[in-house]
Design a protein around this ligand. Sequence first.
Ligand code: PHE
Length: 392
Amino acid sequence: MQRRHLLSLAVTVSLAVSGSACKKKDDAGGAGAAGSGKAEAGEIVIGHYASMTGNTAHFGQDTDKAARLAADQLNAAGGVLGRKLKVVTFDTRGDGAEAANAVTRLIDVEKANAILGEVASSLSLQGGPIAQRRKIPMVSPSSTNPKVTQVGDYVFRVCYIDPFQGKVMATFARQTLKFDKVAILKDVKNDYSIGLADAFQKAFVAAGGTIAIEQSYSAGDTDFSAQLTAIKSSGAQGIWVPGYYAEVGAIARTAARLGVKVPLMGGDGWDAPELFTIGGEALNGSYFSNHFAPDQASPLAQKFVADFKAKYGQEPTGLGALGYDGVMVIADAIKRAGGTAPAGLRDALAATKDYEAVTGKITMDKDRNPEKSVVVLKIDGGKAKYESLVSP
Ligand code: PHE
């Protein structure tokens, strides 16, 4: 009920904004805004750019809910340095040009003090350079491709990176599942998928395994039968599918239909309830890595899950946990910086050390990436269940 209300509010506001503010050409088709409007004096503005609609809508929606939960809790406790936090959200629709447009407007029009976003690495790679050029700190909650923070010293993240995630899953495939030969099926339109395919391949081969066959698809594809037919005859004992939930769900169904019996394995991009509605039974026996497992959580994480459920009537995914942590890490840095002046805030973010977050302790390394544990999950009976935790 409350969820419906929130979503319809976001849509109404976004329609109102695109209806009234589309005079400039670069605003046309621009990102929708939720909670937009000028900040009151003294408010701290967190500009969130996120896929609220489109093929990866779950990513943006879950992150946004959690970011708003964090802001509400901080505000209920008196705000940050006595100032209220305001989250302004622009929809990227999962599109690169929209992502760049959203960050531009969040900074230039909404006067964001910090940017939260994006989930998808390809989109953070569009938004990051804009935040960097304008020198407004950006924190990606969940983009795991190494290139994201290489954009510059104003770009941070609160999640682990893919060389580690890929290695954990390659080691799992090799040592726990005892696979000698696996297939790779990657999305060539997605920086995350390309990078995670590469990380897995390197680690699997270094551990003595072989890649039986490599196949690819493009985000938005719906027919995967040619690739899976080729994989079926390759002798692979498992298939590494580092993609996003919509395509992965369809891949699982096609695999089952074609009689491909080997498990699928993937990364954090699988993390959405829609994976199960699309992939169904076909996913049982598959494995994926993630940032957080609700059934294996610390007291802090359990409180987050309970608060999220109470507010929205549904379980958060790992994305929600990271969105919450992203806002909290920004707020913590603002406190330590004593304000929102961009250079001071940047320095305080860079100095983040042993911050107790829902997804684990966060310490920024010199490249603005935290080292964090990877959770391995097994899909069983249409649900993801905690399998193991691997620390760096
Ligand atoms: N790590 C993915 C990326 O970089 C995004 C993602 C994170 C998706 C967590 C789902 C869950 O593109």
